[in-house]
Design a protein around this ligand. Sequence first.
Ligand code: HOC
Length: 381
Amino acid sequence: RLSDCHNIDDFRRLAKQRLPWPVFDYIDGAADDEVTKARNTSAFDTMDLVPDVLAGVGQIDTSCQIMGRHSALPLVLSPTALQRAFHRDGERAVAQAAARFGIWFGISSLATHSIEEIAALTDGPKLFQLYVHKDQGLNASMIERCQTAGFDALALTVDTIVSGKRERCLRSGFTTPPRFSASSLWSYATRPRWTLDYVFGPKFRLPNLDGHVEEGSGKAVSIQDYFNTMLDTNMDWDTAARIRQDWGGTFALKGIMSAGDARKAVEIGADAIWISNHGGRQLDGSRAPFDQLREIVEAVDGEIEIILDGGVRRGTHVLKSLAAGATAASGGRLYLYALAAAGQDGVERAVQILKEEIERGMRLMGVTSIDQLAPDRLRRR
Ligand code: HOC
């Protein structure tokens, strides 16, 4: 039950019960041996927090500015694809939960609700995550629709030039829309709530292989095929600079992992970078975002905002990221398990748990505002 969930891992267990296994494995899985996925979280344990006491922490302020907008928490709900495959309310549930807490969320180019539908739901801070498709017309039309709909920022995904080897998805034959197979039939049959919603609910809308969003085109496509046939493998820094110009508003690069690339992001005039390895779903064996944070903070020297994305499961992970120099922390799975478990109620409970953990952690650290979290409050283990 939802009321038995006290941390993100509890939602993970609930999601596993509720979702057919190919769908759960799509969320939970990562590339190759999933070493990087595990490391993304364990990296936080390499640094310890150093608390101060007797600091008068009756009143604390968790708010901050992220990409030019006020946020009630230093936490962003990262854009993730295919959310209606996890719960019938999909991106709507996440948008509404983010709005209730006054925090940023993002939708993906591979969202299952339209740009306009999501924009109409909330005036709260929202970003659009662009995957650059080979079809330039499709890219241009997504950018234009986001401008018209009033999205606050565009985040260009730079770490999916080809698909990572998602072995759990290869084994289950996961596609979108999901397809029933002999090996998974029992799992679908024993999860009637998910299966009925899926069978009788509206079909997902994706930029499909013809390059256009069509309700219920019916084509089932695997992640590998989608990435490897649809996305532009020739994308480079000129592409990123051109997209920034076409967009003309707040612009971020999502998937930066090296100090050199962070500098290039500054040079093309990006407002923010997301240090991210796509939740360990792309290059297995790559370093954890938290491990790269200090190096990147030093390289950009305050010239760009940094969002730490990956492995965040606890309020203290957010506090460690801030102390190491990030503007905010973000994650996908941290709310996706909860979405799958209980829709908007689930996402709200997950964010509430993280909010309380952030507040409790700040009080125990002896800080009253998040700008008091600095590198001197961290020690290497
Ligand atoms: C069939 C299309 O970011 C991921 C997502 C994108 C998936 C596209 C699937 O899983 O990493």
